[in-house]
Design a protein around this ligand. Structure first.
Ligand code: ADP
Ligand code: ADP
Length: 224
C-alpha cells in the first residue's frame, strides 16, 4: 500500500484556493515530483502532507494513521522521527560547523556528540562533502551547502524526505549533482521523496510526476 496519501485536499487563503481537491500518494522508496507553475499550490501541498499546515478539508494518511486525528505534539514527534526536510535557502545554522549542522537533528533527539558526529560524517561522505566537516556554512559554496543540507535531512534516516525546490538557488550543473546524490541516497535507504519543483530537468530524477494546476493535482504517466 501507499506510505503517504491524500484525498480531496482543499485549502484556501482568503479568496485564493491554493488546493482545490488535490489527490496524492507515494510508496516507500518512491521519488515523486510535484510540478506546476509558480502559485499553483505545490508548496501548500507539501506543507499539508508534512503535517505543517492543516488542510480545510480532505484526508491525509501516513502509515495507516490520519494526520488530522493526531495531536499537535504527535504530529511534531512524527515529523522529527519519520520526516526529513530540505528547502531552497537558508537552512544551515551559520554559527555551527558543517558536521555540527548535519549532526544537529541527532543531538536534538538526544544522541551524544561523538556518536552523532560519526553518523553525520557517514552521510557527509555519501553526499561528497565530508572534507567540509570543519568549515562553517559561510565558507562553502551554494552547491556544497545544499549537499550539507541534504546530508542533514537524511541523518535521522527518515521514511519520507520533503524537498521543496532543493536546487532552486543553484546553477544547473550543481543542481544536477545535488539531485543525483539526493536521489541515490534516498533510494539506498528506501526513503520516499516528495520533490517540489517547477523544472523538468529536476523532475527527471523522479520515478513519477504529478502536476498541480489551479490547486488540483492529477497523476501523470510515469516518466523514465
Ligand atoms: P511565487 O510563489 O510566485 O514564487 P511567493 O511564494 O513569494 O512567490 O508568493 C506568491 C504569492 O503568494 C504572492 O502574491 C504573495 O503575496 C502570496 N503569498 C505567499 N505567501 C504568503 C503569505 N504568507 N501571506 C500572504 N500572502 C502570501
Ligand atoms: P507554489 O508552491 O506552486 O508556488 P503555493 O502553494 O506557494 O504555490 O501557493 C498557492 C497559492 O496560495 C498562491 O496563490 C499563493 O498566493 C497562495 N498562498 C500560499 N500561501 C499563502 C499564505 N500563507 N497566505 C496567503 N496566500 C497564500
Amino acid at each position: 500500500g501507499s506510505l503517504l496519501s491524500a484525498q480531496d485536499l482543499r485549502k484556501a487563503y482568503g479568496p485564493t484556493n491554493a488546493l482545490d481537491g488535490a489527490h496524492f500518494s507515494i510508496h516507500p522508496g518512491e521519488v515523486v515530483a510535484v510540478m506546476g507553475p509558480s502559485g499553483s499550490g505545490k508548496s501548500t501541498l507539501l506543507h499539508c502532507l508534512a503535517g505543517i499546515v492543516p488542510p480545510d478539508s480532505g484526508v491525509i494518511t501516513y502509515n495507516g494513521r490520519e494526520l488530522s486525528a493526531m495531536s499537535d505534539g504527535e504530529r511534531s514527534a512524527l515529523r522529527r522521527s519519520d520526516f526529513g526536510f530540505v528547502f531552497q535557502f537558508g537552512q544551515l545554522v551559520p554559527e555551527l560547523s558543517c558536521v555540527e549542522n548535519v549532526a544537529l537533528p541527532l543531538r536534538l533527539n538526544g544522541a551524544k556528540r561523538k556518536e552523532a558526529e560519526r553518523t553525520a560524517l557517514t552521510w557527509m561522505e555519501r553526499l561528497e562533502v565530508d572534507d567540509l566537516a570543519k568549515k562553517r556554512p559561510g565558507e562553502v559554496s551554494g552547491g556544497q551547502g545544499q549537499r550539507v543540507a541534504v546530508a542533514r535531512s537524511l541523518v535521522t534516516s527518515p521514511r519520507v524526505l520533503f524537498a521543496d525546490e532543493p536546487t532552486g538557488a543553484l546553477d544547473s550543473l550543481n543542481g544536477e549533482r545535488v539531485m543525483q546524490l539526493l536521489t541515490d541516497a534516498a533510494r539506498s535507504t528506501n526513503a520516499a521523496v516528495v520533490l517540489v519543483t517547477h523544472e523538468a530537468r529536476v523532475a527527471a530524477y523522479s520515478d513519477r510526476e504529478i502536476v498541480v494546476r489551479d490547486g488540483k493535482s492529477r497523476d501523470m504517466e510515469p516518466v523514465l
